[in-house]
Design a protein around this ligand. Sequence first.
Ligand SMILES: Cc1ncc(COP(=O)(O)O)c(C=O)c1O
Length: 418
Amino acid sequence: MTIATNTLRPLATGFNVYKIREDFPILKQQVHGKPLVYLDNAATTQKPQVVIDTLVDYYRSDNSNIHRGVHTLSERATEAYEQARASVKSFLNARDVRGIIFVRGTTEAINLIAQTYGRTHVGSGDEVIISAMEHHSNIVPWQILCRQQQAHLRVVPVNDDGELELDELERLLGPKTKLIAIAHVSNALGTINPVREIVAVAHARNIPVLVDGAQACPHLDVDVTDLNCDFYAFSGHKVYGPTGIGVLYGKPELLDQMPPYQGGGDMIASVTFEETLYNRLPYKFEAGTPDIAGAIGLGAAIEYMKAVGLENIAAHEHHLLSYATEALSSISGLRLIGTAKEKAAVLSFVLDGIHAHDIGTVLDQAGIAIRTGHHCAQPLMQRFGVPATARASLGLYNTAEEIDALVAGIHSVREVFA
Ligand SMILES: Cc1ncc(COP(=O)(O)O)c(C=O)c1O
């Protein structure tokens, strides 16, 4: 099936994907003699020139340690770092910069909550609730916590479309439930979970909610104040920013009561051998020299996304997702895994009789980068009875022509393995 691609070009907003692509130098290359078609955005996104320039400029002109120096470079670095925090606050529509903590990424953010809030609020016999569609980084930290505290992990099932069974979630809630940790968007299915509703149901029982926003922030206009979640985590490298930097948002009143995650420089107000007084928020949770350049680069990435327009990005990707879903669904022997009504731009699929790794290898020869495997969601693969899927995940720079290339590539995979 081919839809005339020019029907996809003009969006009402005037968003021009071909102009956007000019901002991403990496996309100009060829792979195996073919133009690169990069469809592995859920793993990591490419970086616009402005982010690359920001990193280089920082190291060339401003590099210094932050918060400690009185000299000019240190003041410049500190100002840029704190400006990045303000960008994140506005990106998430958080009320207070004190609730914006720089961490290494989503994984570290979740581990931080498990080992601080979790260690102080989850006791023997208590329960933590996650879902069957979680990434390993929103499973394993809770398993570790539950083992430490003799608590239990409870799992909300998903239906055949890859949607959460919300009745089951409500059924699982009880006096022993101490926390819900749930993905906003599934990396393996694309499902967008009704986080606002889940938070409302949980809060009616005084249960806090942590949201894994790793796959939501690249695609949705996230508003933590409206969601009213207690904690929210995301990674810089999935929102066109650098690797090694991410964000934990928390309600300051909860963060204030929590013990620190790590001890060291910058997280203290005063130290004697007898006693240490901790620094105020958010510094209490930022021990040691942080990834200063990474944070500043993340700030640049967020400003880039805002300049393109979060609603333009969402509309463009929604448009492409519909086009790709229709195109892939028409390929015989292809089964989409994840057909939720509310979806972000992720297409997981299996092909009859062909292993996902073989799909990925043949597509790579055509210059097409997708991801194959269990996507760090092995329990979800078991739920769908597959060892692995092939996953094409879209970003703001992808085009309908690239979807056409993917479809043609899948047809050649079928020919190779016929
Ligand atoms: C839903 C989800 N949660 C968490 C993570 C972990 O993110 P990071 O490896 O950047 O810490 C990922 C990464 O793919 C993800 O997709």
